[in-house]
Design a protein. Structure first.
Length: 431
């Protein structure tokens, strides 16, 4: 289906394909649908007394000019020149025409980049599934495969260009632990880059993050055998607290597995105030890399909590800062919040133009100005605008919303996922 925009004559530019409500010209030169070749074509349309035309996006070389006062130029609904219902499905409202041309013209480019990121994410996730399955079976191949996956992510984060943190969807068929492992890895490496870690430290951080929960598995029957009620719950809790030790033993047996990564697996549940486990370490006695994973692991559990109501990414950051400052490394927590921004990807927001949207990506360098997938009833979901607030300097985020606060129409349009996942690309490939 062609994407049709109703535009005024003042918005016409060379390269725009238009359809008029009647033919103009004379003799064999009469025409009704054509690509504007220059100012002569625009003047011919004006002389014919035509005030509005239909622009066909797929056949155009560029987008129409914005018109700030377009709302005043659109004729009343009962006027003969009023647009038809089909024409009104396209973005001609004042709040969209107020967007910069770059936002509209580059939307297809951003969508292609996002789809490329999705394909890379799916490929990486497939590898993670295989790696974790083989690691649980104590396969020596798991460590080598993990080193390749983590190495690719490290290269992304250590690239000289900005790194774009992007919201990804989840497939119901995948186990939650697979998404959790990759989420923690991506977010930990984001913090590691800001800490200025060297490549070998980044590699150890990524491997430790990927395998941090590898000690979790099927609970042996003897742990709960003969127990019931409170005693069973206590036995389960004790067993869960053993998973860092079990995981560290497992990865320590892998060939060439970094000692620093083993410490991450062993210490990622230790707390700065000494209240963590398995050894009750505190402060500087906890590995710096494990402290990074502790922060991002806590955040990931809050946004994808399976046992309680998950928090929005925005509320999760607030909760970390308000309630877990004593248990987490405050410097690392501050760096994490700065990199994620006030409105992390996955946050539902309302913009200063009255539109609602969902943050889909951000860069640590511009974390306060993310890219928002914007809802608009006259723009098809497949063509939804990805609005970069770094470019749209006049637009602001005025509030955040929970998914359940959205209307049914907006919820269906934005399609917020029940499970929030992240991936990273360099800015050139994702912006």
């Amino acid at each position: 289906m062609e994407t049709q925009y109703v535009v005024t004559v003042d918005q016409l530019v060379e390269g725009l394909f238009v359809r008029l409500d009647r033919k103009i010209g004379s003799g064999f030169a009469k025409r009704q649908s054509f690509k504007i070749a220059g100012t002569d074509d625009i003047e011919a349309i004006r002389r014919a007394g035509i005030t509005q035309v239909v622009c066909i996006l797929e056949k155009s070389d560029r987008m129409p000019l914005p018109s700030p006062d377009a709302a005043q130029q659109v004729p009343p609904a009962d006027s003969p020149d009023a647009p038809t219902a089909e024409q009104e499905r396209t973005p001609v409202s004042a709040e969209l025409l107020g967007l910069r041309r770059e936002t509209v013209e580059r939307n297809r480019e951003r969508r292609r980049a996002y789809q490329h990121c999705e394909r890379r994410y799916e490929k990486t996730m497939s590898s993670v599934v295989t790696i974790l399955r083989r690691a649980s079976a104590r396969s020596g191949e798991a460590a080598a495969e993990a080193a390749q996956v983590v190495g690719a992510l490290v290269d992304t984060f250590l690239d000289q260009r900005d790194t774009v943190l992007t919201l990804m969807g989840a497939k119901p068929s995948e186990e939650t632990r697979n998404y959790h492992a990759l989420n923690v890895t991506v977010l930990a490496l984001m913090v590691g880059k800001d800490l200025g870690l060297r490549p070998e430290a980044m590699q150890a951080l990524g491997l430790g993050a990927l395998f941090h929960d590898i000690g979790k598995g099927r609970m042996p029957m003897h742990v709960v055998s003969g127990k019931s009620g409170t005693s069973m719950n206590a036995a389960i809790a004790r067993y869960r607290k053993e998973h860092p030790v079990l995981g560290a033993r497992l990865v320590d047996d892998f060939a060439n597995f970094p000692a620093a990564a083993v410490k991450v697996v062993l210490q990622h549940h230790e707390s700065m105030d000494g209240s963590g486990y398995p050894e009750g370490l505190s402060g500087q006695s906890i590995s710096p890399l494990a402290r990074v994973v502790a922060v991002v692991n806590a955040f990931e559990h809050l946004i994808n909590d399976r046992e309680a109501t998950p928090l929005t990414p925005h509320d999760a950051l607030r909760s970390l800062y308000a309630r877990q400052r004593n248990t987490l490394d405050q410097r690392i927590l501050s760096l994490f919040i700065r990199n994620m921004g006030v409105y992390p990807p996955g946050t539902i927001v309302e913009l200063s133009n009255g539109q609602q949207g969902m943050v889909i990506s951000s860069t640590p360098a511009h974390a306060a100005r993310p890219t928002v997938l914007m809802h608009h009833p006259m723009v098809p979901r497949a063509e939804a605008l990805m609005v970069d607030l770094v470019i749209e300097k006049d637009l602001e985020i005025t509030s955040t919303l929970r998914p359940e606060e959205l209307s049914r129409e907006v919820f269906a349009y934005l399609s917020p996922s029940a499970h929030i996942n992240y991936y990273a690309e360099t800015a050139q490939g994702a912006s």
